[in-house]
Design a protein around this ligand. Structure first.
Ligand code: ADP
Ligand code: MG
Length: 705
């Protein structure tokens, strides 16, 4: 068995002790490819990717303390060495592995709540091990829970320098990563991508020395600077990363500006009468973002703007006004939404605004009958329809526009890059593409948006229309359901309407459906004098629409729903929202759901029912929901809870994100990276190419969409 296969197996198994298993040796190929795919999940595809996979922290394993002393350092990590005196599986209070080790000064318990059978052998009595972890005072003396450990020979030397700890995916061991990185380091091209003169003038350390130091810190390194990432080696990495970001950003910008777009300069008849006909005034925030969009549309290169605004902030009307400008300028506009319900809501609203002004609005979704579809397509192709609203059906074959000047994508993060491109390409004429407006109610903190979506202008609607009453949110234990039902009843008698959202059951759609049906039955029985409706994702669109219409008309008091109402439903009279098993939903989902109420003048209430006991993360989420209704604040906390990778979804994570630099604390580096980027693009394209290849390695494409 080759060394690398054995490592791959180790990584795949995710335990320190699988090397001895004979079975695993039979399938080294599969295991190796599993390890590759696990590395790929971390974004590690090439040798340079591995070399640039830098430690997230360091552990100090250079010292062993006597067990007795470790007892005095409770709460802090320490490393001890001792011989196993007992190794038992215990069953109380739950199955666990309990190992006692002793040295001259005392003894210590190591406790493993999850363990593999093989660890029993590995930790057999008489074995000498080094264990590292936090010591705490347990019932039977001092102990470590889930320490890291390894068997050692007596007198085995201690490492002389700090031990790097790498970001690792599930099932990738530190030992495997360390080895893979060390191997990669022997193969890569170490040439510095920055010319020496530039390095000198910026007082930056050499690339190779910096990387080597970070992977293998020498014994005399300034540990504090290393841990805090202020060491010059870190500074070099941060600078390189920021420079790559700035370069790719500028390149993407150039690429976009080199494309043409039809200028849409006319704010004319339609725009004016549309505004005049609106039953309300735009808020100052809506006005401001509208001006930003209008400015972009006048240009003869394509707009690429993200319009962010909290749920209910009034993005639709701004989008409609952008469309009006395109139409006034003689072009068509298209609005694509991710779900049929959402698209339908847009269509109804915008058509009621526009059709009286003589604008033909076409409606296109997958559920249309063949004849309707053909008619819609004909209207789009002839240019009869000036505005087209729909779902993914818009990007299908057979849909051809007469002259598409503006593409609007709602809830843009729900579409793949390819889908957004497909719609844009529907309007491509020669080198010219349509302007793009993307909308999102999932606010991404601005710095993050600039980093991830690189070449994107961002507009933010940061206030709600006046007259909204704040939503009061209560977090309630599931076993007080009866009280909740009584409240629903009381609300309905006052003429208010209620959403009752069924629990999310990710594992099984069938089960989710079942739950919704059961809830509908139970509520109908508990509230015999009320009309209770049911809407779920499995219904035919027409059925769904009937239920929604009844609710919109006020014929139904209570609407039991799965998460299909998450986006887009706009019923101002609905002022009570009940969400069952709220602990299963993510923060942005809860925020979106809650945003379905608080749209009218009645005081609105959101009741979050939970099943105890609550885990710490779920608790944090529900507290956040209770404390604030500000979508941006919620997004910020969500980011804290989940980290940027998860926050933005798998596609973006590990791709363009800044791994080392911190946009807040390293602002000075951002500024100098920006200047250097500008200069290099003008004078030294070869350096630009080399630097981008090293840091982005062909992953630049998505920045351009
Ligand atoms: P979202 O940003 O969530 O898409 P919408 O565009 O659906 O929000 O707007 C929410 C509701 O507020 C709609 O009923 C819309 O007509 C209304 N609205 C939008 N702008 C204003 C405004 N300036 N004043 C009053 N109501 C407004
Ligand atoms: Mg909307």
């Amino acid at each position: 068995m080759s060394a690398s296969n054995s490592l791959a197996r180790k990584a795949a198994a995710g335990t320190p002790d699988q090397t001895a298993s004979g079975k695993a040796a039979a399938k080294p190929k599969k295991a190796a490819s599993t390890a590759q795919s696990k590395l790929a999940k971390l974004g590690l595809r090439t040798d340079m990717d591995l070399v640039l996979h830098l430690p997230m922290r360091y552990e100090d394993e250079t010292q062993v303390v006597p067990i007795r002393d470790a007892g005095f350092m409770a709460g802090a990590p320490s490393q001890v060495e001792g011989v196993v005196t007992e190794c038992d599986v215990q069953y109380r209070p739950r199955r666990q592995l309990v190992v006692t080790i002793a040295d001259d000064s005392g003894s210590l318990v190591l406790r493993f709540l999850n363990f593999y059978g093989s660890q029993l052998k590995q930790l057999a009595e008489g074995t000498r091990i080094r264990a590292r972890g936090e010591v705490r005072h347990g019932f039977f003396g001092i102990e470590m829970v889930h320490p890291t450990y390894k068997p050692v020979e007596e007198g085995a030397p201690l490492p002389s320098s700090l031990t790097p700890v790498y970001p690792a995916g599930e099932g990738l061991s530190q030992a495997f990563l360390r080895k893979a990185i060390a191997n990669a380091m022997t193969r890569v091209d170490w040439r510095d991508t920055l010319p020496a003169t530039l390095r000198d003038s910026l007082q930056l350390q050499a690339f190779d020395a910096s990387v080597r130091l970070l992977h293998n810190p020498p014994p005399d390194v300034d540990e504090h600077a290393l841990m805090e990432r202020t060491h010059p080696a870190w500074t070099r990495m941060k600078f390189d990363e920021l420079l790559a970001q700035q370069l790719s950003l500028k390149r993407a910008q150039e690429a976009r500006r080199s494309k043409g777009a039809a200028a849409l300069p006319v704010v004319g008849e339609l725009s004016t009468s549309f505004l005049a006909a609106l039953p309300f005034q735009l808020t100052p925030a809506q006005q401001r973002v509208l001006e930003e969009i209008r400015g972009d549309l006048r240009q003869s290169f394509p707009m690429q703007r993200l319009l962010q605004g909290d749920v209910g902030s009034g993005k639709t009307v701004v989008a409609a006004l952008a469309a009006a400008q395109a139409i006034d300028s003689g072009y068509q506009a298209a609005l694509m939404a991710p779900t049929e319900i959402l698209a339908e809501q847009h269509f109804r609203k915008i058509a009621t605004w526009m059709e009286p002004l003589g604008v033909r609005v076409a409606w296109l979704t997958g559920s249309l009958r063949k004849k309707e579809k053909t008619e819609a397509q004909a209207d789009i192709t002839s240019g009869e329809a000036r505005l087209v609203i729909g779902t993914h059906a818009l990007i299908q074959e057979g849909v051809e526009f007469e002259r598409l000047g503006l593409v609007i994508v709602d809830e843009q993060h729900r579409f793949g890059v390819g889908q957004r491109l497909a719609l844009r390409n529907k309007g491509q004429e020669g080198n010219a593409v349509p302007h793009q407006l993307m909308m999102s109610a999932t606010p991404i903190p601005r710095t993050l948006a600039m980093t991830y979506y690189a070449d994107l202008e961002v507009s933010v609607i940061d206030e709600l229309p006046p007259g909204r009453t704040p939503i009061v949110t209560r977090v309630i234990d599931q076993n007080r359901r009866d009280e909740v039902i009584a409240r629903v009843h009381a609300a309905a008698l006052e003429g208010r309407q209620v959403y009752w959202v069924c629990p999310l059951i990710e594992e099984s759609e069938a089960l989710q459906l079942q739950t919704a049906t059961d809830t509908h039955l139970a509520l109908s029985a508990a509230l015999p004098d009320l009309k209770v409706g049911l809407v779920h994702g499995r219904m035919k669109p027409a059925e769904k629409q009937m239920v929604m219409d009844a609710f919109i008309r006020g014929d139904t008091h209570v609407l039991v729903a799965t998460t299909v109402i998450e986006v887009g439903v706009d019923v101002p009279n609905a002022s009570l929202m009940v969400i069952e098993h709220a602990e299963r939903f993510g923060l942005s989902q809860l925020h979106q759901l809650r945003g379905r109420v608080g749209r009218g003048s009645a005081a609105s209430v959101c009741l979050l029912l939970y099943q105890s006991p609550l885990g710490p993360v779920a608790k944090q989420r529900l507290m956040t929901m209770r404390e604030t209704t500000d979508g941006f604040e919620i997004a910020r906390r969500d980011l804290d809870i989940r980290g940027p990778g998860e926050f933005l979804g798998a596609r973006q994570s590990g791709e363009a994100m800044l791994r080392f630099a911190d946009l807040q604390t390293d602002q000075w580096l951002v500024d100098s990276a920006r200047e250097v980027a500008q200069a290099l693009l003008r004078t030294d394209p070869a350096t630009v190419d080399a630097h981008l290849a090293r840091w982005l390695g062909g992953r630049e494409e998505f920045l351009k969409v």
